[in-house]
Design a protein around this ligand. Structure first.
Ligand code: CTP
Ligand code: CA
Length: 219
């Protein structure tokens, strides 16, 4: 009811959001993933839709329902997520990279299920780095307004500001990894070239609405 009374700050805007973890196979039945639940990205997709935007959500594997009137595209791996983002990026006004994209994939993934060895030998995994989706979108000739997320375990302010500069994005949202993964609430710190703004502890849905307002102001 309250949301319906708010001005639609993203009316006629197109927004692309990634959310959730990625899953990198080891073999057909096993893989490597992380503790992202997708809750923050889905909350932002919902808030953006409430704010009048046309929303596409590229999602890694999550247990969440698709937000009302959001166009959801499911992917598993970082490479699939990169391809889905690339194929949806044209004509977007805003890109929010909330997904916890796996930094590495298994280079020697097996086509068949790896069997236990009789002598107790264990398999050795080799890794290769995944493409940085956000950095590649930010480097496009005419990029949408790009927003990144950073979950850190220490030195949040330092790491977040460094990350924002390195990726060449106008806005980065920082949070503490163990305080967000799987939780329904969080605290966010926004970093842009004017400094920082803390969005105090609250539900992810409330924080998502506040973040959308902050993004709309900066467009
Ligand atoms: N990201 C991405 N593609 C990747 C890795 C990260 O698009 N392959 C995006 C995330 O969605 C997030 C931002 O980059 O918006 C920061 O992710 P993060 O994991 O905090 O940073 P990294 O650059 O991967 O550095 P590190 O994990 O070493 O801290
Ligand atoms: Ca990373």
């Amino acid at each position: 009811v309250i949301a319906a009374l708010q001005p639609k700050v993203l009316k006629n805007r197109r927004i692309l959001i990634t959310a959730g973890p990625t899953f990198e196979p080891i073999d057909p039945v096993r893989g490597i993933t992380n503790r992202s639940s997708g809750k923050m990205g889905y909350a932002i997709a919902r808030a953006a839709r409430e704010a009048g935007a046309s929303v596409t959500l590229i999602s890694g594997p999550t247990a969440l329902d698709t937000p009302y009137h959001v166009n959801r595209v499911d992917v598993m791996t970082a490479i699939e997520m990169r391809d889905a983002v690339m194929s949806h990026i044209s004509h977007q006004d805003i890109f929010i990279s909330v997904a916890a994209v796996a930094d590495w994939r298994v280079a020697n993934a097996s086509d068949q299920k790896i069997k236990k060895n009789k002598n107790g030998d264990t398999p050795t995994l080799e890794f290769t780095e995944n493409p940085d989706i956000l950095a590649s979108i930010a480097a496009l000739p005419d990029p949408p307004y790009c927003v990144g997320f950073a979950a850190e375990s220490e030195k949040l302010r330092q790491h977040a500001e460094e990350k924002r500069r390195k990726k060449g994005i106008p806005l980065l949202v920082g949070n503490i990894g163990h305080e967000t993964f799987g939780k329904d609430d969080n605290t966010l710190i926004l970093f842009d070239d004017t400094g920082t703004l803390e969005l105090p502890h609250g539900s992810k849905q409330l924080l998502a609405r506040q973040l959308i307002e902050q993004i709309a102001k900066r467009l």
